[in-house]
Design a protein around this ligand. Sequence first.
Ligand SMILES: Nc1ncnc2c1ncn2[C@@H]1O[C@H](COP(=O)(O)OP(=O)(O)OP(=O)(O)O)[C@@H](O)[C@H]1O
Ligand SMILES: [Mg+2]
Length: 385
Amino acid sequence: MARREDSSVVSKMAIAKEQVLAALEGVRSPDGTPLPGSGALSDVVAGEGKVFFSITVDAEAVKAWEPVRKRAEEVVRALPGVQTALVALTAERKAGAPSSRPTRSAAPGVRPGAQGEAVQGIPGVEAIIAVASGKGGVGKSTLAVNLALGLGTLGLKVGILDADIYGPSLPKLLAIKERPQTIGGTRLKPITRYGLTVMSIGFLIDEETPMIWRGPMVMSALTQMLREVEWGALDVMVVDMPPGTGDAQLTMAQQVPLKGAVIVSTPQDLALIDARRGIAMFKRVNVPVLGIVENMSYFVCPECGARSDIFGHGGARHEAQRHGVPFLGEVPLHITIREKSDAGLPVVATEPDGPHAAAYRNIASAVRDQLRAAGRIAPKIVIEA
Ligand SMILES: Nc1ncnc2c1ncn2[C@@H]1O[C@H](COP(=O)(O)OP(=O)(O)OP(=O)(O)O)[C@@H](O)[C@H]1O
Ligand SMILES: [Mg+2]
């Protein structure tokens, strides 16, 4: 992640965690215990001007805890140097019990989750899609950015959310150094880059902050990035997921109101096994798999232009057929993609006439077609490129 410069919109005053905990001693939980001793408080993440934590309670007790959450937010916001205090209430659901996650916004679209509970949509956002992979380092974030830009070239209004809480990449891939401004103290204004509406936990937390977060904290961070950010009206929101198919990813796939998932894989067998796990995970939580993309599909020599299939090109197409899911396209392994991507200059925006941008745009068209076929984005808003 890129190091923050002094252009940030908030002043750089470090907040000590101890200071926050001391202030929270004055906030009482419903049974009268000071909040830090109640057992409900998550780790407190305190950075420059920002404080962030969650309170985890039983689902039945959410109502009683809401005033505590509010009070905690007020107390922390009153501390010197604090510009933003984000405190989330996370409901711990007992196995088999219906969900009562607190949501503060009206829901236009609701998807049934794995246990039949409702996952609330984001008002104004037509379709949220995940870019995921079983395996790390396969080019997911690079694809997420270029896919989002490609969807933008098709006339769609697109947002991108970095859900990789442990290793956010969007600050680097989009060369974003500024911090989001707050609106009224609690809601955040996303950053705009190349026409995309962008949000990442990397904008809020410094590179040096260790990302050792507990499960509920990860979920509350995600919930806040989804529901406490002024996303505005979007046709599509692309979510860059963390790699893997463990509990954390499963929970995310379940809790984010996804309309579909794009699986990224390289052609090697091992990556394909992980891609298979990814497909199975989304199927488990009733999220339709929109298709598979083969990244680093073949190698094009930058000098002579000769092509070689060093990883056994075509594995992902075959895998897609096996699972009866669409194959969305392929992206070659090319030094330009890496250099541009890592420099914060994604090829679809900066080399729109080049072959790599065309490859990503083709994938974007295929994704758009899948969404349209499933009725997940309204055809009226789609303009042919
Ligand atoms: N088609 C490509 N050709 C060349 N380099 C690529 C290509 N796609 C991605 N890369 C490079 O591979 C590296 C990993 O890509 P990226 O960060 O997008 O992967 P990821 O799957 O999101 O990783 P993580 O699992 O860590 O989140 C980056 O340096 C990126 O620039
Ligand atoms: Mg990534």
